[in-house]
Design a protein around this ligand. Sequence first.
Ligand SMILES: NC(=O)c1ccc[n+]([C@@H]2O[C@H](COP(=O)([O-])OP(=O)(O)OC[C@H]3O[C@@H](n4cnc5c(N)ncnc54)[C@H](OP(=O)(O)O)[C@@H]3O)[C@@H](O)[C@H]2O)c1
Length: 316
Amino acid sequence: MSSHAPEPASPATAPGSPEPLRVLILGAAGQLGVELQRSFSVHAEVTALDRHGLDLSAEQQIREAVRRASPQVILNAAAYTAVDRAESEPDLAMAINAHAPRILAEEALRLNALLVHYSTDYVFDGNKPGPWTEADLPHPLNVYGATKLAGEEAIRALGGRYLIFRTSWVYAPHGKNFLLTMLRLGRERDRLSIVDDQQGAPTTARELAQATHSVVSGSLASHFGTPEHWSGLYHMTCSGSTTWYGFAQAIFQRAAQLLHQPSPELVPIPSSQYPTPASRPQNSVLSNALLAERFGLRLAPWPAALDAAVAELRGR
Ligand SMILES: NC(=O)c1ccc[n+]([C@@H]2O[C@H](COP(=O)([O-])OP(=O)(O)OC[C@H]3O[C@@H](n4cnc5c(N)ncnc54)[C@H](OP(=O)(O)O)[C@@H]3O)[C@@H](O)[C@H]2O)c1
């Protein structure tokens, strides 16, 4: 995060109690799940469940796992994120991205816990020249976006204490993502064609996790007023924007400097030359103004966050 971020309230104790905060992290093996564990484990008592610990397509398992952990905060980093595959598995995508969040919201309400959930820039159709705000009308172009939107709506309809963070183009030095795919393809091929007519904000899981920690700690410590003031939906991405082609250029510049990996020739192409099962929005840049206004928080510019991710790869 940039220096604009407030210091996280530390240690993350339960409000009015010397006991560490009980935090349940779901999707613990995913890109964001790994980074949330890093950010929260220092001060909180974390229960982290991956798919083997909890299958989010099984309602009763979800209820039992939440009741067993009895958390004060639930961080749901799990999702059906295979955007193209979702076109042929809409029911499974809906179960993980919409039904499971509804059940989590019901259980959170029962425990008076805070539910933190993540959504996507793909709730928008991309037909807006400037950054999308939280007040803009969603209109997903693909099944993944529709199921994520249904998840948001299910949580909002229940109305407990919740934070939904819509983010975009998530990557990390681990997991499955554009950064690691580019580095692999760059080692295998001399020439890569990359889509240059979709605009978005690459965002590291690390930035998201740190920002989440900051917002959650501050909110529970009443730094942002009562829950009526802060509970809600926010956009949360690294600042700035680029295209996939621009992102690839930036990756290979850093790979050459820091990883001594030779760069392939990069060829910008329109989306029409790279057909995929799922349509994607042309402009999915999100405005982070509300996050800044409500929590005094700005994530790093995307090139700086990329520097940090590639530096972490070099350290391995
Ligand atoms: N990745 C992006 O570009 C992007 C963009 C915008 C928003 N987001 C949102 O950001 C959040 C974090 O995404 P991410 O990039 O960290 O995703 P990720 O790396 O794909 O992690 C998602 C995790 O959810 C798990 N999962 C899937 N189905 C499950 C099930 N039935 N039961 C339990 N766990 C299950 C996955 O397990 P397996 O690995 O075993 O399948 C995976 O570990 C998600 O809400 C996502 O929708 C992501």
